[in-house]
Design a protein around this ligand. Structure first.
Ligand code: BEZ
Length: 208
């Protein structure tokens, strides 16, 4: 069955570069940025792993744990991490799942046979502390992900949860937000005492 937004992220137990984990237990009360890679010792993946390591503080500030995956062994991952640290000038501390038998990448639909029968594409799952899948993105093997967008979407989800709002195109933290159409003007006045701007009955902005 295809995974969908709002589904409980399937749980699993697996070896990683930081030891065996139970996925749900490991997430605990945090958010999770779960992202797959085609293979160790490949150039695009090396830059993405390095960027994630460089952003450790930004992920921690968002109570978000990164978890990488590629279809190689712990031994291969550990050798590769030395290269990532060397070439990307960082110290990679987050775990990488060793999915040599592709059980997890198949469970999470990360194998797209039109791209590769054996390697995972660049999937992203953002999972919340209730273990619900909140975002899915799939990138081709040849395109490195935009980590500003990954942090931005975590900010948008967390701001939305906190204030019951939606975020407009190209939103970044601090910009105006949207009052969902399900909230009446009467309720909006109570919920957003700071006021709101009504462009159309269905398009109302406020600041949170
Ligand atoms: C890379 O990470 O550089 C890569 C992996 C598989 C196919 C193309 C590029």
């Amino acid at each position: 069955m295809a995974l969908r937004l709002g589904d409980t992220a399937p749980n699993f137990q697996i070896d990683t570069t930081k030891g065996k984990i139970d996925f749900h237990e490991w997430i605990g009360d945090s958010w999770c940025f779960f992202f797959s890679h085609p293979a160790d010792f490949t150039p695009v993946c090396t830059t993405e792993m390095g960027r994630t390591a460089q952003l450790a503080k930004q992920f921690a500030d968002r109570n978000t744990k990164p978890l990488g995956l590629s279809t190689d062994t712990v031994e291969e991952h550990n050798k590769w991490i030395e290269d990532v640290n060397d070439t990307q000038n960082t110290t990679l501390e987050f775990p990488i799942v060793a999915d040599a038998d592709k059980k997890i990448s198949e469970l999470y639909e990360m194998i797209h046979p039109g791209e590769s029968e054996t390697a995972a594409v660049r999937s992203v799952y953002i999972i919340d502390p209730n273990k619900k899948i909140r975002l899915m993105m799939t990138y081709p093997m040849s395109v490195g992900r935009n980590f500003d967008e990954i942090l931005r979407v975590i900010d948008a989800l967390q701001t939305g949860d906190q204030h019951g709002i939606a975020t407009p195109a190209d939103w970044t933290p601090g910009a105006r937000v949207i009052i969902p159409p399900t909230v009446s003007n009467e309720d909006a006045q109570k919920k957003f005492p700071q006021g709101f701007e009504e462009i159309r009955s269905y398009l109302r902005y406020t600041q949170v």
